[in-house]
Design a protein around this ligand. Sequence first.
Ligand code: DC
Length: 225
Amino acid sequence: MKKIIIAIDGYSSCGKSTLAKQLAAKLNYVFVDSGAMYRAIALYFLRNQIDINNELQVSDALKNISLQFEYNGKTGKSDILLNGENVEKEIREMSISNKVSEVAAIEAVRLFAVHQQQLMGEKKAIVMDGRDIGTTVFPNAELKIFVTASIDVRVQRRYLELQATQPNISLDEVKENLVMRDHIDSTREISPLKQAADAVVLDNTNLTREDQLQIALNWVNERTN
Ligand code: DC
């Protein structure tokens, strides 16, 4: 079967990673969570007190950042390593969620991340999820999926996910963060979140995980046969 690039974009917490992970497992493709890269960069900036308005500080900091993915058999996805340290858990914390969109809006940060993402796609057979994958990272991807879901469903899903590790979190806090990130992500100057003209839309508000996988697999089949 022909190997393709699958680009999955959409708003925060609409199930992009879940779908990407399902597809990668089914097709034996590599799954890359591009958001983890921006989160790891935000973590480095926070830890090292980088002033994001200082271009020199930002470019110097990027020179000291090395990002890698390492497969985790327990979760079935890859953990991100920041300069060799597994930071998968830390990057999901609220302190990072509150900072990451600002960091991801910086041009130098995007150039740094997009370049690495494009290298990962050279051999195809990859599913990458994010905000600009179908528009900027892989404008020629054979399959582009734009995932959507109602805000209430997205908040609920994120809340349940975060409860496991951050039991003190409130629904309001989760909603505020999602709305804030969606706003920054879709209104930034450089490669904002938007649906690629040739993307297919998948609204999973009322779909089970199995339903959404089946729909996406049908699209894959149409493009690989
Ligand atoms: O997918 P996520 O929620 O973990 O992504 C974290 C942030 O990173 C998100 O608010 C926007 C940014 N991001 C981006 O700008 N471009 C991408 N391709 C992926 C994520």
